[in-house]
Design a protein. Structure first.
Length: 76
């Protein structure tokens, strides 16, 4: 029966493998689930960094006198 989700084969150095294995044991989850969670966290971090960079660029051109007030935007 084919797997429900796509799979990835990853080769880790022994110390890295042992570290992830230790985390999975501590949380009493499978190594596969721990790797999935770590990849998800890494992607969220990358997204946060990218959005922070965009915010910094936008902040350079921000002019308070041109900004809309809360009332102008939301009507109350």
């Amino acid at each position: 029966m084919p797997a429900k989700n796509p799979r990835i084969h990853v080769v880790l150095e022994k110390p890295l493998y042992q570290a992830v294995q230790s985390l999975a044991r501590k949380e009493q989850i499978s190594l596969s689930l721990k790797i999935r969670d770590l990849v998800r966290e890494a992607l969220e971090t990358e997204e946060d960094l990218a959005l922070a960079e965009i915010a910094q660029e936008r902040d350079k051109t921000f002019k308070k006198v041109q900004a809309l007030s809360h009332k102008q935007v939301w009507g109350s």
